[in-house]
Design a protein around this ligand. Structure first.
Ligand code: PGA
Length: 241
């Protein structure tokens, strides 16, 4: 990626009014090509209307049919949504998503010409047992082994224990893991240059150091982005206008 990009995951937050105010507050203050918003599905229209890049926080592995409550990549793409988060740790842990299904969701996204962001990360227990590399390798291989086309794949490394906790691995640890992920990707796709994002408790105080990690192509930001002022200052530090 040319510049570091920002992937903004609002999760299940913001009402219609709050979304409208948010959009009003960031108007003209963001380089649209550097940011992708992942609002609640209910409000994607508001971001699309303002010509922002929009992603979906989760998609069905199915295309259409009797799947109450699900939204497919086919439907999202028809609206102009161009990115899909797949396998976020909250989906894996709270909704019991398995690597195999995550692979099918990636397929669904790619078939609909969307960019698929595969989220991977180790738990604290796995880290303490020094199993993080093994876990990440498995998550990558199981989800991607059947995928030939790599052009629209992005990997987001988010240690589960760093999400929403205000805890982070050190810069050295992140760099080492990203290098390792690159190595694993090279065995799957020998000439690959799949972008890799970092996510987990990114805020105004740590973005400066994080943005210096050359191997990181962008950031996945949750809680801090709910306050538009925090989001703007994070972006300003990482990619000065
Ligand atoms: P956080 O969330 O920034 O609140 O840690 C990141 C994420 O879950 O993608």
């Amino acid at each position: 990626m040319e510049n570091k990009k920002f992937f903004i995951n609002f999760k299940m937050n913001l009402t219609k009014k709050e979304t409208e105010e948010y959009l009003q507050n960031i108007k003209g203050k963001i380089k649209k090509e550097n940011v992708i918003f992942f609002p609640s599905n209910l409000y994607s229209y508001a971001f699309l209307k303002e010509n922002y890049n929009v992603g979906i926080q989760n998609i069905s592995k199915e295309e259409k049919g009797a799947y109450t409550g699900e939204v497919s990549a086919y439907q999202a793409a028809s609206l102009g949504i161009t990115y899909a988060l797949v396998g976020h740790s909250e989906r894996r842990n709270l909704f019991h998503e398995k690597n195999e299904d995550i692979g099918k969701k990636i397929d669904a996204a790619l078939q609909n010409k969307m960019n698929a962001i595969l989220c991977i990360g180790e738990t604290l227990k796995e880290k303490k047992m020094h199993k993080e590399k093994k876990v990440l390798k498995k998550q990558i291989e199981k989800a991607l082994k059947h995928i030939e086309k790599k052009e629209k794949i992005i990997i987001a490394y988010e240690p589960v224990w760093a999400i929403g906790s205000m805890k982070n691995p050190s810069i050295k640890e992140i760099t080492e893991i990203i290098m390792y992920i690159k190595k694993v990707l090279l065995t799957l796709y020998p000439d690959s240059s799949i972008p890799i994002l970092y996510g987990g408790s990114i805020h105004e105080e740590n973005i400066k150091a994080l943005s210096k990690i050359e191997e990181v192509d962008g950031f996945l930001i949750g809680s801090a982005s709910l306050d538009y002022k925090k989001l703007l200052s994070i972006i300003e530090v990482a990619v000065p206008m």
